[in-house]
Design a binder for this molecule. Structure first.
Ligand SMILES: Cc1cc2ncn([C@H]3O[C@H](COP(=O)(O)O)[C@@H](O)[C@H]3O)c2cc1C
Ligand SMILES: O=C(O)c1cccnc1
Length: 347
């Protein structure tokens, strides 16, 4: 498995960036969170004139053995059917990506379906046709998790080489809120019932069933030593590929747009592998999925949007992208008090 060298952003520009923000023609701090975003982007790129280049959305897709336990409100075949929908441009993420001019790719990390070869927009990195059922055995071998990390990294390097410096993450995989809950519970040491939500829309009875299955799976596997072991035991191929992709994006000093519950679970795993990742993450929205707010608290971050969304696919990341564009635009284009001859605050 590749090892990543993630440098924390150089802080020497911080004071100059803050001064530039403070000197814009507005009351001090009046652009609120947009100012923190501009500062973050400037620090990531190491410049007081940052730009967003060739933004991409990567949707990682994979199937889950645990889906056989009735933990989702939808059947497993929705995964490949939605992949086809993404490729035909019909899903929510297609609409928002098109709206904001984000180049979209779908990565087949392990969907239980044979897609025709050379479908435009589909990158084939299939590890297997779905994971094993983690109620009974490890979802994947450690070696498969390591391969996923390498494959995810490869995808990100390929878009980096095309000039991309901002990448949004999305996912598709029926049953993957179950994986995400298990990873969250293991990493944050929070009881599984507090990490488990309705996903695609389980009713009360089926939510209890899901919690029951996940509790049994936790008992079955016991304490797990490392983030990689946790990832192999409960992960999906799409989650594991996102882990590698995020670590690689941070190594390349790219901005990482973090979507909802499942993408955040991948971020938590990657963050446990290398905490330097955190400075590169923009937390785009608070998912309605039970547990996501806990994740955001554990990372000590405040997501940008709170729209009651619970879809995944990267939709929250795509919705937040224009805020980044605005942050960069005001930093680069707004006049300063000096250039516009506007009087500064009374002392
Ligand atoms: C039509 C449809 C489109 C979706 N797009 C994203 N998801 C979302 O739902 C799944 C996770 O929820 P659970 O763990 O309950 O299966 C993921 O595939 C996720 O991205 C969808 C789900 C459905 C049904
Ligand atoms: O927040 C998410 O990513 C999410 C929530 C519910 C179902 N699918 C995805």
């Amino acid at each position: 498995m590749k090892s990543f060298r993630i440098q924390p952003p150089d802080q020497s520009l911080r004071a100059a960036l803050q001064t530039k923000i403070d000197n814009k023609t507005k009351p001090l701090g009046a652009l609120g969170r947009l100012e923190a975003l501009a500062l973050q982007i400037g620090l990531i790129q190491g410049t007081s004139t940052p730009t967003l280049h060739a933004p991409h959305m990567l949707i990682f897709a994979g199937d889950h053995g645990i889906a056989a336990e009735g933990v989702s409100a939808y059947p497993q075949e929705v995964t490949w059917q939605m992949v086809m929908n993404f490729l035909q441009g019909g899903a929510a993420i297609n609409v928002f990506s098109k709206q904001h001019q984000l180049q979209l790719y779908v990565v087949d990390a392990g969907v239980n379906y044979d897609f025709p070869e050379n479908l435009p927009g589909l990158l084939s990195h299939k590890i297997a046709k779905g994971t094993q059922n983690f109620l009974h055995e490890q979802a994947m071998k450690i070696e498969a998790a390591q391969r996923c990390i390498d494959q995810g990294a490869e995808v990100v390097t390929s878009i980096f080489n095309k000039g991309c410096n901002v990448v949004g993450f999305g996912e598709m995989g029926i049953g993957n809120t179950s994986s995400a809950s298990m990873l969250m519970s293991g990493l944050l040491n929070i009881p599984i019932d507090q990490c488990t939500g309705r996903g695609t829309g389980l009713d009360d009875e089926r939510l209890h069933h899901k919690i029951d299955i996940l509790t049994k799976a936790q008992q079955r596997h016991g304490a797990l030593a490392s983030p990689l072991e946790l990832l192999a035991t409960f992960g999906g191929f799409e989650i594991a590929q996102m882990v590698g992709a995020m670590l690689q994006a941070a190594e390349h000093k790219m901005i990482i747009l973090v979507d909802g519950f499942i993408v955040s679970a991948a971020f938590l795993v990657a963050h446990a592998i290398d905490p330097n990742l955190k400075s590169y993450g923009v937390f785009c929205h608070r998912s309605q999925e039970q547990g996501h707010a806990h994740m955001m608290r554990a990372l000590d971050v405040q997501p940008l949007l709170d729209l009651g969304m619970r879809l995944g696919e990267g939709t929250g990341a795509a919705m937040a992208y224009p805020l980044l564009a605005s942050a960069v635009a005001f930093l680069n284009e707004m006049a300063s008090f000096e250039s516009a001859h506007v009087s500064e605050k009374n002392s």
